[in-house]
Design a binder for this molecule. Structure first.
Ligand SMILES: Nc1ncnc2c1ncn2[C@@H]1O[C@H](COP(=O)(O)OP(=O)(O)OP(=O)(O)O)[C@@H](O)[C@H]1O
Ligand SMILES: [Mg+2]
Length: 306
């Protein structure tokens, strides 16, 4: 797979911004300098392991058990990126799962390993959220450069790298606009959030319903754009994506995991064997329709369960 966006970095260069998103539960992290994980050289190590995860909210009667002895292994595949989409009923624990991986939440008990190392409080994996999460009082350029600036990259160099990323996400010419609605459209604001997360060249990227607020046409365009970033990345990224849209899941993914709930378990797991390069024409193929129908029927079965 040819790649040109996610660039492998040396350990010393890698600094996760910790400012991936200024939503309320992450603002405390904004000024922290935090290392990002790098894929280890040599033998394959699992990308992520969730081991014996339990999540209980005991303030509820009866307690809300979201995860009970939950395990998940995301294996590394030699020379291949992975685009894994997690689906499941509302409230089953998808966002919680991403928060464990990102480091925004720790489970009641259990461990999270990233590339074979137990994660610590200082580890962060970038995450793109559904809400537009840019700093409205900063320009597009300042938003995208911010993770670099916070991590000590000199301003000129940070701006230069940010501009490269702004071009990649197709916001060239908008760099000096305020990153707020309606100065930028919803789709453009989501591109700013994606650019801000990609500018640090993450090996693993988490996306929680990032396109949920977009209109159908913009959503399809941004899916094509995200998929092309994945297809063309220089390293083998692992993207973990959450959506409620079956066609979005099929269009983007290499793998789909379906969670059931109460407590959450992986009910189904399957590969999407569509062409590596996916443009809009893929959506009209029989294989695409078959996958969407299959997924739709599995989701329908879940919804019909109490
Ligand atoms: N602080 C909390 N206190 C009590 N329950 C909580 C808390 N945070 C999350 N939960 C519960 O954890 C469960 C999983 O929530 P989560 O947000 O992960 O679901 P989800 O699968 O992402 O749902 P959706 O598809 O609607 O986004 C839900 O039942 C939710 O009510
Ligand atoms: Mg959620």
């Amino acid at each position: 797979m040819k790649r040109n966006v996610f660039q492998k970095q040396s350990e010393s260069e890698i600094d996760e911004p910790a400012v991936t998103t200024p939503v309320p539960d992450t603002t405390a992290e904004v000024n922290t300098k935090i290392p990002i994980h790098e894929k280890p050289a040599g033998a394959l190590t699992d990308v992520i392991n969730l081991v014996n995860i339990n999540q209980v909210y005991s303030e509820h009667t009866p307690p809300n058990v979201v995860f009970k002895d939950f395990n998940l292994d995301i294996k590394d595949i030699k020379d291949e990126g992975q685009f894994i989409t997690i689906m499941g009923k509302s409230g089953c624990g998808k966002s919680t799962l991403l928060r464990y991986i990102s480091g925004l939440q720790v489970p009641t008990s259990g461990d999270v390993y990233i590339y074979g190392k137990k994660r610590t409080d200082k580890d962060r994996i970038p995450m793109v959220f559904q809400q537009y999460t840019s700093f409205e009082w900063k320009t597009v350029l300042q938003n995208v450069a911010l993770p670099l600036v916070l991590n000590g990259v000199p301003k000129n160099e940070a701006n230069e790298k940010a501009m490269e990323m702004i071009k990649i996400v197709g916001l060239d010419g908008h760099e000096n606009k305020w990153a707020k609605y309606p100065t930028l459209s919803g789709g453009q604001l989501q591109r700013v959030a994606i650019a801000r997360n990609l500018v640090v060249n993450p090996q693993i990227l988490l996306m929680d319903e990032p396109f949920g607020a977009l209109d159908t046409i913009t959503r399809k365009q941004i899916q094509v754009f995200l998929r092309s970033i994945f297809e063309n990345a220089k390293i083998d990224p692992t993207i973990i994506f959450v959506t409620h849209s079956e066609s979005e899941a099929v269009f983007l993914s290499t793998d789909i995991f379906i969670l059931d709930s109460g407590p959450a378990n992986i009910r189904h797991q399957f590969k999407i064997d569509l062409p590596q390069v996916r443009n809009d024409s893929v959506r009209y193929s029989n294989d695409f329709t078959e996958y969407v129908n299959k997924l739709g029927s599995l989701m329908e079965d879940l919804k019909n369960e109490v």
